[in-house]
Design a protein around this ligand. Structure first.
Ligand code: PLP
Length: 449
């Protein structure tokens, strides 16, 4: 099909001047997004697609929300920007901290603002080290993260990220930190028995020495690594492990947070209270660049005794417009009782996955919590036989769905798996979930690699 002049012009400029994140340099963009409404997005050709992955798991309230646009505009018209350094503050940033404290697990009453998830995790690492420096345990500098964890791409977060390709991309390394990833023999064999992760974390702590470890970071429900659910009791076991060895538990809720999993935060499913909690993405439903680290009172009390300038912060920490959008975003989530809606839609998506699982021998290992789900493609799921070219299978299926105007994402290829991630905007209706499932069903019926 002939493309419009606008699309051609944009594609040309893109190739010449735009180096994209997480893309092969020099490629023509697959499509140029132009607008959106609810779960739908449109490209510059005027074609409409279902956004089955909320763009980058972040557009929780869906596209085209006028209320959020208004919140941004009216705040921007008041003041361009307000420093939050050196004793200055601003009203939206203050009010958002209160709201975040109200939403967070008990004891997490203080927020430090960033511009996104990687900065939130780097901040959590620095706060953890500062905490132990103040407590006269300066050797506690290391962190434990998990195989297939994704924590971002800055030098600190990119070291904690343990997905092939991303981990230490371009030599990324957290300075003076031995990055302690629980390399599991089990995992290397291809099994992913989560309870063993706890054992492996214990093993690591004991070999490295608890006196050298500041924090353990985990996505309660692992996102980009493959949408892996922790088994019952797992988060609690990690909390106990951290208490036993005096290590801070850092929950990376960058994807999990803001109702994505059917609770405000994923840790709420298990009543586990982390010491630090990293947030971003759904904090503004993607409408503004904002992240935060929630800090437990136990950590804050120690930090309060520091007495010096805490020499850490970003120009855009507490940006008034981003914070105003954050407040309105959370108010809307409360007004529409989003937690309840997501729980109801969880059931519809689960039913859809069960249907696909029954009907197609290629579908297996379906899982979903709230609206964070996945299934895996097999040549034969009953026997567990995977496609010879797993990478191709996942990408081919995502492309087939794209041709049916549904945007999805394939994960796990580096592990020899084709995991199809599902994370639509949380405002999705029952019939819209059913439309997604119908498209996936069609694409599965005609699927061949
Ligand atoms: N943590 C998790 C769990 C994420 O999924 C991401 C991004 O996808 C990040 C951190 C990094 O966030 P950002 O891309 O905003 O830096």
């Amino acid at each position: 099909p002939v493309k419009s002049k606008l699309t051609e012009e944009l594609e040309q400029m893109d190739v010449q001047h735009y180096l994209h994140p997480t893309s092969i340099p020099g490629q023509v963009p697959k499509m140029v997004f132009e607008s959106g409404n609810g779960i739908h997005v449109r490209n510059t050709e005027g074609e409409s697609f279902i956004d089955g992955i909320s763009m980058l798991w972040n557009v929780n309230l869906g596209h085209g929300n006028k209320e959020l646009g208004k919140a941004a505009q009216s705040q921007m018209e008041k003041i361009a920007f307000a420093s939050s350094f050196a004793g200055y503050s601003n009203e939206p940033a203050i009010r958002l901290t209160k709201k975040l404290a109200d939403w967070s697990p008990d004891g997490l009453n203080t927020a430090f603002y960033t511009s996104g998830g990687s900065e939130s995790n780097d901040t959590a690492f620095k706060l953890a080290r500062l905490y132990y420096q103040i407590k006269d345990q300066p050797k506690k500098t290391k962190f434990i993260s998990f195989v297939n964890g994704y924590h971002g791409v800055t030098i600190g977060a990119g070291t904690a990220t343990k997905i092939a390709g991303f981990h230490r991309f371009a030599g990324t390394e957290m300075v003076d930190v031995l990055h302690a990833t629980p390399h599991l023999t089990e995992c290397e064999k291809g099994e992913r028995a989560h309870p063993d992760f706890e054992k492996s974390a214990r093993h690591l702590i004991e070999t490295e020495g608890a006196e050298t470890i500041a924090g353990l970071i985990i996505e309660p429900i692992q996102g980009s690594g493959g949408v892996y659910m922790p088994p019952e009791g797992y988060m609690k076991a990690l909390r106990d492990l951290c208490d036993e060895f005096d290590i801070l538990l850092i929950a990376d809720e960058v994807i999990n947070g803001f109702c994505r999993t059917g609770e405000k935060f994923a840790v709420d499913h298990w009543n586990v209270v982390p010491d630090l909690m990293s947030l971003a993405k759904g904090i503004t439903s993607g409408y503004a660049q904002l992240g935060a680290v929630m800090i437990h009172d136990n950590v804050k009390e120690v930090i309060n005794t520091f007495g010096n300038v805490m020499a850490h912060g970003f120009t855009y920490s507490g940006h008034p417009m981003a914070c105003a959008v954050g407040i309105r975003n959370m108010e809307i989530m409360e007004e529409m009782n989003l937690v309840k809606h997501v729980k109801a839609m969880e059931k519809v998506l689960n039913d859809g996955l069960a249907y696909l699982n029954d009907k197609h021998e290629t579908v297996g290992l379906c899982r979903n919590k709230g609206l964070m789900g996945a299934f895996e493609l097999f040549e034969n799921s009953a026997s567990g036989k995977r496609f010879a070219d797993e990478k191709k299978a996942g990408l081919q299926y995502v492309e087939d769905c794209f041709q049916h105007h549904l945007i999805l994402r394939a994960l796990g290829m580096a592990d020899g798996k084709s995991i199809i991630a599902l994370a639509p905007p949380l405002v999705i209706s029952k019939s819209e979930v059913e439309s997604m499932v119908a498209i996936m069903d069609d694409a599965l019926t005609n699927f061949s690699v």
